[in-house]
Design a binder for this molecule. Structure first.
Ligand code: UDP
Length: 198
């Protein structure tokens, strides 16, 4: 399955990026605001604590995930974190067995895109959780190792700039930006000509 097919097959895909808001505006799609993986995860954790849903954290480095679990337990004392594992494993079977035994309601997979989406799709039938969701670098944030941009930057769609300044190595990801812009503009031209759209 290609990454595109994985996204199209998902029950929920959230617009976690200012570039998507720009594309939505150009293509007149009804996306009004960013919804980040970390914001959605934090809301789900609150909800899970209230409703008694159990959760499993999968991803990030060993020390990071341990810190993320420990800080989350402090923030949400009644939340059932039934298990966790770092995201640098070779043997899928061990992880799948652990998750199967613990039967979490929600599995949060933070192994970066597209690795987490590919892994969740490949193992979907062997995961007996109700919801499985990719959350990128959220465990780095929950552990306190990565700080989010100040609110004024988030509100102005500048979180990407903050992250580039903090982690200059992320700049190599922007290599795909010109291709993204050209695809959006080509789609716009097709729309204007009344041709079939994506
Ligand atoms: N990661 C992981 N396993 C891997 C590669 C990455 O668990 O094989 C983790 C990494 O430690 C980090 C997260 O995945 O916590 C990726 O964070 P990033 O902000 O780069 O996510 P993205 O922007 O790709 O969603």
């Amino acid at each position: 399955m290609s990454f595109r097919e994985i996204l199209q097959d998902a029950d929920l895909v959230i617009p976690d990026g200012s570039s998507l808001l720009w594309a939505a505006k150009v293509l007149k799609k009804p996306i009004k605001t960013r919804v980040t993986g970390i914001d959605l995860m934090q809301l789900l954790l609150e909800e899970a604590e209230k409703c008694g849903w159990s959760v499993y954290f999968l991803g990030a480095k060993h020390e990071v995930i341990k810190e993320a679990v420990s800080l989350t337990r402090k923030r949400h004392p009644s939340l059932k974190i039934v298990g966790y594992h770092h995201g640098y494993f070779d043997d899928d079977n061990l992880i799948l067995k652990d998750i199967k035994n613990l039967e979490p309601d929600i599995l949060f997979a933070g192994m970066g895109a597209p690795k987490q989406e590919v892994w969740l799709t490949k193992n979907r039938d062997r995961l007996n959780c109700r919801v499985a969701i990719g959350v990128g670098g959220s465990f780095d944030v929950l552990s306190g190792n990565v700080k989010r941009a100040p609110m004024w930057m988030q509100n102005r769609g500048l979180e990407w700039l903050y992250r580039y300044l903090k982690e200059p190595s992320r700049i190599k990801r922007s290599i795909l930006l010109p291709r993204f812009i050209s695809l959006v503009l080509k789609e716009k031209i097709r729309n204007l000509k009344g041709e079939k759209t994506l």
